[in-house]
Design a protein around this ligand. Structure first.
Ligand code: GLU
Length: 442
């Protein structure tokens, strides 16, 4: 069975870039009748916070992503110990005693000589006595993974055939001096234990993949498929990192955007499909294909998201908003949805329909509006009332087009723009309409 995972570190809120990874994973799982695992990479005990984990889970729910399984790395230390012991016994993990300062100096020397700053494996050459001496000094080793220094290959489901020569990389530290584990390692142990079949993540992990494939093999795990999508950049072509606060899912939600607008936008961004509003994931699944994701960075423009949000609202059925709207009925929704940018804008039109407005009637329209008031049809009012009424007003006044409609709109709503009056008029009702048309006369 297909199993994908989304593996955020709960050290902050998720932003639009993380959400894109989650959404792509979710769509892939749904498309392949698979499952979606939410895994909290919380081995950094200082920076990881349960509040963030809770907030991330909540934000995913808001996005319509309901994980089939939730795990957290902090609960799996015993498994990491076991796997690390196996690698230690086989000499794939070796102890190193360099201090950060020593490593830094070595790196600088290498750079000064025009060499790549790759770890020189000095610790592999330590004798037992040298190691004992370090231990006696109280130094705690960190542990590096001895890379095979070979060409690692995989067929990336987004990027196509990939190869990385691990001889160009430093042996990665997998265990810190304090015994805690690094993500590069824990992630592989989890992916093996939990049976992850596809690792879909951002292209900032491409190099990790070469290293992790070696770790998968060293642990005799089944190597999953890999897919690395490109990262988001801002409309200005720069990385999003500086604006991530305002681009957190939490903040987009607080701004009143529709979850499905965020989902549609991020799912279609950087694909060969045009960006269009989708009411549900079902609409996205058919066309979803990792192979459609472009390798070029995807440009995220908040203004476009807002525009898409409006387009989505314009087509949303009443059932999709009923619970959140809390006022009005289906007729009201259908009348106003075409004029909304955010769902919360509906309030304004509700007030226009039911509340007190200040009718605008300019002196040269007074007589015209008074005539129109006299011609208001009797109730019951319905879909055709507006046409009947304005035809009668037209015949009586010989006005047409804007000259006919605008004074009526200004008097009935106090505004020069808004939803179709044919739909608004029956909602306002005869009594209120008459009062507004006669506002000057009274
Ligand atoms: N915790 C890692 C990150 O957020 C997960 C990467 C992965 O999917 O393996 O970057």
């Amino acid at each position: 069975m297909t199993l994908v995972r989304f593996a955020p570190s709960p050290t902050g809120l998720i932003h639009i870039g993380n959400a894109r990874t989650a959404i792509i994973n979710f769509l892939f799982a749904r498309k392949n009748a698979g499952q979606f695992l939410l895994r909290f990479d919380d081995t950094d005990l200082e920076r990881s916070k349960p509040e963030y984990a809770a907030a991330i889970a909540e934000d995913l729910e808001w996005l319509g992503i309901h994980p089939d399984q939730v795990e957290k790395q902090s609960a799996r230390t015993a498994r990491y110990d076991e796997a690390a012991n196996l690698l230690k016994a086989e000499g794939r993990l070796y102890p190193c005693y360099e201090t950060p300062d020593e490593l830094d100096r070595r790196r600088k020397r290498q750079l000064a000589r025009g060499l790549p700053p790759v770890y020189d494996r000095a610790a592999l050459k330590l004798t037992d006595e040298e190691r004992a001496k370090f231990e006696a000094e109280g130094r705690k080793p960190h542990w590096r993974f001895r890379l095979d220094q070979r060409r690692v290959e995989w067929n990336d489901l987004v990027r196509g055939p990939q190869h990385i020569d691990t001889a160009s990389l430093s042996d990665p530290v997998l265990v810190r001096g304090d015994g805690s584990y690094l993500y590069t390692f824990t992630s592989v142990v989890d992916d093996i234990d939990l049976g992850v079949t596809h690792v879909i993540r951002g292209e900032d992990h491409v190099v990790n993949t070469a290293v992790q494939i070696e770790i998968f093999e060293a642990l005799r795990g089944h190597v999953p498929h890999f897919a690395h999508h490109s990262l988001l950049i801002g409309a200005d072509g720069k990385g999003l990192s500086k604006r991530l606060g305002s681009l957190s899912i939490r903040s987009l939600r607080d701004q009143g955007l529709e979850a499905m607008a965020v989902v549609s936008h991020t799912a279609l961004l950087g694909t060969s499909e045009s960006i269009h509003p989708c009411v549900s994931y079902d609409e996205l699944i058919d066309g979803f294909d990792l192979g459609k994701l472009s390798r070029a960075p995807a440009r995220f423009d908040e203004a476009e998201l807002r525009h898409l949000n409006a387009r989505l609202l314009h087509m949303l059925p009443y059932a999709a908003v009923k619970d959140r709207l809390r006022f009005g009925d289906e007729a009201f929704w259908l009348a106003v949805r075409g004029n909304l940018e955010l769902l919360s804008d509906a309030r304004r039109w509700w007030d226009v329909v039911t509340g007190e407005i200040t009718p605008v009637i300019v002196p040269e329209d007074r007589e015209f509006v008074a005539t129109a008031a006299r011609l208001l049809p009797a109730e019951p009012w319905g879909e055709t009332t507006w046409a009947e009424w304005t035809n009668a007003v037209k015949a009586a006044t010989e006005r047409k087009g804007k000259g006919l409609f605008m004074p009526l709109r200004l008097a009935l709503t106090g505004l020069d723009h808004g939803p179709e009056l044919a739909a608004l008029l029956p909602l306002i009702g005869r009594e209120k309409s008459l009062k507004r048309l006669e506002a000057i006369a009274n």
